[in-house]
Write a protein that binds this ligand. Structure first.
Ligand SMILES: NC(=O)c1ccc[n+]([C@@H]2O[C@H](COP(=O)([O-])OP(=O)(O)OC[C@H]3O[C@@H](n4cnc5c(N)ncnc54)[C@H](OP(=O)(O)O)[C@@H]3O)[C@@H](O)[C@H]2O)c1
Length: 326
């Protein structure tokens, strides 16, 4: 067990330092095809969470520059308005809008989706980007562990509640969830809110990101007949406000070799643009290609069998109806 964990950490470090960096992106970009990014999204509605900063901002800007109607979901009105103005002025696209919702609150997500759904518009692309790493164990006013609330409960609740809008856009609807390479270090774990006394925020974040990858697989299987594509991805290591705040050590160590926000968001935008028959349902993507979900000999693969019971727990924590009833 200890040896396997040590191996996982070492293999992740080596993989990360060679591939997740700016130089890794430059190497992978040699294989990118220019024509992949020449697709337009005019008339398509995209919802991007955490769109005022870092990768979410770069994603919203990227989608807007391809002509999409973009809904930027942000928790802070001021930061959201500043970002909205910047994206409108940089892209010249006025079909970019701001939505306010604090994703750490299930009740706020429910109110937001009721409001958003009343527009009765098809949703072609949902990008679950908002993410968070809190090192201390903090509980939200609704009683949820904070990392879990933003990274897992919000991803699940928002996606499930906008499913009818995604169905309206089928067979060209997709859900792109921004996970992290950090998930390679953790198997799926039933202890969703990390109730042990040795709380470790980095580990909890990695566990959350593993849930997002397994959840994407699960959605893809569950909703295979709905014409909705589910993909998870990881951006590599990018120089965002989130990274410099939560992982200052990584920021310092990789100074000059972290990806730009646009490089980190590149695969998200690419996934939004590609014809769905070119993409693999339920897959995990990195630098415009399908990537492994597990490192060799890491012992994380078998844990994905638990996803059904984990989804039941998330659904019950979030107070949602079983999906079969829809
Ligand atoms: N950057 C990397 O190297 C890297 C690597 C792997 C994975 N990721 C993933 O990439 C995604 C984006 O991260 P980033 O690096 O761009 O970080 P970031 O700059 O901190 O951006 C995170 C965004 O999420 C928003 N957010 C956080 N909590 C929220 C909440 N409760 N409700 C609504 N929005 C909330 C933030 O809003 P505020 O500005 O108001 O805080 C911000 O807009 C995350 O899912 C992260 O896990 C990033």
């Amino acid at each position: 067990m200890f040896i396997q964990k040590a191996w996982r950490t070492a293999a992740f470090g080596l993989y990360g330092f060679t591939q997740f960096t700016k130089s890794g992106f430059a190497e992978h970009a040699k294989k990118f095809r220019e024509e992949d990014m020449q697709i337009r999204l005019d008339g398509k509605n995209c919802l991007v969470t955490g769109a005022n900063s870092g990768l979410g901002f770069a994603t919203a800007e990227g989608l807007a520059s391809h002509g999409a109607t973009v809904y930027m979901l942000c928790r802070n009105k001021e930061r959201g308005e500043t970002a909205l103005k910047q994206i409108r002025s940089k892209t010249g696209n006025m079909n970019v809008h701001l939505e306010i919702c604090d994703l750490s609150s299930i009740n706020e997500i429910k109110s937001f989706t009721t409001r958003f759904s009343s527009m009765n518009k098809p949703l072609h692309v949902l990008v679950n980007n908002a993410g968070f790493l809190e090192h201390k164990r903090v509980t939200t006013p609704e009683g949820l562990e904070l990392n879990f609330a933003v990274n897992v409960a919000a991803t699940y609740t928002l996606t499930e509640l906008v499913m009818p809008l995604l169905e309206k856009a089928a067979p060209d609807a997709r859900v792109i969830t921004v996970s992290s390479g950090g998930m390679y270090t953790e198997p799926l774990n039933n202890n969703l809110e990390y109730r042990e006394s040795d709380f470790d925020g980095t580990k909890q974040y990695a566990r959350n990101k593993r849930v997002q990858v397994a959840l994407t697989e699960w959605w893809s299987e569950k909703y295979s007949n709905k014409g909705i594509g589910f993909y998870s991805m990881h951006p590599g290591w990018a120089d965002t406000p989130g990274v410099s705040k939560s992982l200052p050590g990584l920021s310092e160590k990789l100074s000059g070799n972290l990806r730009s926000n646009e490089e980190g968001a590149d695969t998200v935008v690419w996934l939004a643009l590609q014809p769905m028959d070119k993409l693999v349902a339920g897959a995990f993507y990195f630098d415009r290609a399908e990537a492994q979900k597990h490192l060799k000999f890491a012992g994380t693969a078998a844990s994905h069998a638990q996803i059904g019971s984990i989804v039941d727990s998330i659904r019950s924590i979030c107070g949602l109806q079983p999906p079969m009833r829809r």
